[in-house]
Design a protein. Sequence first.
Length: 185
Amino acid sequence: MINDVIADARDRMNKAIEALRHDLMTIRTGRASPALVEHLNVDYYGTPTPLQQLATISIPEAQQILIRPYTRGDIQAIEKAIAKSDLGLTPSNDGQAIRLIIPALNEERRRELTKVVNKRGEEARVAIRNIRRDANKDLAELEKESMISEDDKKRGEEKIQELTDQYIKRVDEIVKEKDAEIMTV
């Protein structure tokens, strides 16, 4: 029973880490990455559709993203979605593809991005602590229902705390890596 609670907590903490990694991939670092635009929703005949379903996204150069729509008629809709997004990039259209030039980040923008990264890291830490709280609550219910002893509950709480410390350390490492990536000129 205790192992089930711990396994569930571990699984949920892994998902929190993956969500953080996915979230941080969308933050611009001055280098082109398909993840910057894949999540964009394009108004495709009145339906919000992910860009990756309407076009191929490639990186021909380190500072450039090339978006080739499957049909030429989608170019305007894709351009509009990029312009509306919070990327701060201006699309250039040659009639067949859209090019996004990723400008180098200035020092002030780098510092702003590191604050965003740290905020997202703190959100991940809070999510992990909430998972710990839920797991401890489950252990308390098991003890209340006399399914486990008080000693088993204490041992379970210690294991959950060790797990929490492990995952918070991983969040800190991920945030530190992303900060270093952003601050690298």
